[in-house]
Design a protein around this ligand. Structure first.
Ligand SMILES: Nc1ncnc2c1ncn2[C@@H]1O[C@H](COP(=O)(O)OP(=O)(O)OP(=O)(O)O)[C@@H](O)[C@H]1O
Ligand SMILES: [Mg+2]
Length: 393
């Protein structure tokens, strides 16, 4: 049997493909292109696809017209009309003849319909609800509305409506993502300012008092009997050690070093501080990098801190490798350990926020964070920030 593919089938296959393949952001253009291409197939001069909102208002989606004719302009303004009310009840409207007889008295709508000699509005139903409709108008050459044509127009409407919905969900998701991003930026800024406060308090208050205490302990050492001198010495050493640790903590809470000495020095110093806690071997490969904006440096610094804290908490590693490089305008930061790795699904939400916040920080810089736990053990945090030039100071 020789089965030929009809022009209509070609058209539908082509438009479905384009809707599937196109980026979601470009769906409106493809919908309009689909409607425009169908004008000549349907021998109409205007086509519109519109959605009916929950409160029975007509939300304009897209309207196109053949050269010399204009698309409808009132759709999308939430109009209410008795004519279109019928459509929202699922009634197909097929009309030939002077449109003023059946159309609403609304002047703008009437102006829109001026010159129309035949009009068809076909409701599109989704799960027994009227989603909206596809409408076409003829301004010339009208004989009749053929049932096959109306059926095809309806199919086109359904295909386009599905993509329109996909686009709308995507838009809503984009908005939601933007809100989440700004929320997380806000939270991080708050967290940073609290850390700054705490760091200042530690430095200006507790560190000073400890420094004084160290001097007093030293004085006590000088005046006590020889028999208790070892005890006094021990006391002095302990207080001194606490003072040093507190100073380091204050510095890591608010890395003034980042501003004074730059990212590389701050990363090195923090890596040394953390790895010394667990006596881990530390190897670094820190390339030459230009001065980065404060926000960028701070985010990279926090990513390193969390990654190294994780190494200490979870890895049982004996060595850590840290690298930071910029090649071809892409910055890569890698923190790698030789520990036990992690067999669990890293994306599983266990209420922990370390890796989540690493990812968010990378995303704030338009970058990505990958966490890899190879079968042979170890754990890798890979940060990639493209177009790093935008972040140069
Ligand atoms: N270097 C590592 N080696 C082995 N497992 C790791 C390593 N880093 C992270 N993990 C695993 O990934 C999980 C998630 O890490 P994440 O930092 O998000 O949470 P956490 O450290 O447990 O808690 P927190 O919210 O305090 O950071 C860890 O619980 C651990 O199982
Ligand atoms: Mg953690």
């Amino acid at each position: 049997m020789n089965v030929e593919i009809s022009i209509a089938e070609h058209f539908f296959s082509d438009i479905s493909n384009r809707l599937l393949e196109e980026d979601t952001a470009n769906i409106p253009e493809v919908i309009c292109a689909g409607l425009t291409d169908y004008l000549s197939h349907a021998q109409v001069q205007r086509m519109s696809l519109f959605r009916i909102t929950k409160d029975q208002l007509f939300e304009g989606a897209y309207s196109v017209a053949a050269p010399g004719y204009s698309p409808t302009s009132t759709l999308g303004k939430g109009i209410k009309s008795p004519y279109l009310d019928k459509v929202s009840q699922g009634t197909m409207l097929i009309h030939s003849g002077p449109i003023e007889e059946v159309f609403t008295k609304d002047e703008i709508e009437l102006a829109n319909m001026k010159g129309v000699i035949a009009h068809a509005v076909i409701p599109i139903k989704v799960r027994n609800h009227v989603w909206g409709a596809i409408a076409c108008s003829r301004f010339k050459d009208h004989n009749s509305w053929e049932p096959v044509l109306l059926e095809r127009i309806k199919t086109l409407g359904q295909v386009l409506a599905a993509s329109y919905e996909r686009y709308h969900f995507w838009l809503a998701l984009q908005t939601q993502n933007k809100e989440l991003e700004s929320l997380s930026r806000h939270l991080m800024e708050n967290q940073e300012s609290e850390r700054r406060l705490l760091s200042r308090e530690l430095h200006d208050n507790f560190s000073q008092r400890l420094a004084l205490l160290t001097i007093k302990a030293n004085n006590v050492f000088g005046i006590v009997r020889d028999s208790i001198k070892p005890e006094a010495k021990d006391l002095h050493t302990h207080i001194q050690q606490i003072a040093i640790d507190m100073q380091a903590l204050s510095r890591s809470l608010h890395p003034a070093m980042l501003e004074d000495l730059g990212l590389i020095a701050a990363l090195k110093s923090e890596a040394r501080r953390i790895t010394e806690i667990k006596k881990l071997e530390l190897q670094t490969l820190l390339g030459d990098i230009p001065e980065l904006k404060k926000e960028v440096s701070l985010n990279l610094y926090r990513i390193l801190q969390e990654s190294l804290n994780n190494v200490i908490k979870h890895s049982q590693a004996s060595a850590v490798f840290l690298s930071l490089e910029i090649t071809d305008d892409v910055l890569t930061l890698q923190i790698l350990d030789d520990g036990v790795g992690c067999k669990e699904l890293l994306e599983a939400n266990k209420g922990s926020i370390g890796l989540v916040s690493i990812r968010e920080r990378a995303q704030l810089l338009n970058g990505t964070a990958d966490f890899i736990s190879p079968d042979e053990g170890g754990f890798v945090v890979n940060i990639t920030i493209p177009t790093i030039k935008e972040h140069y100071e």
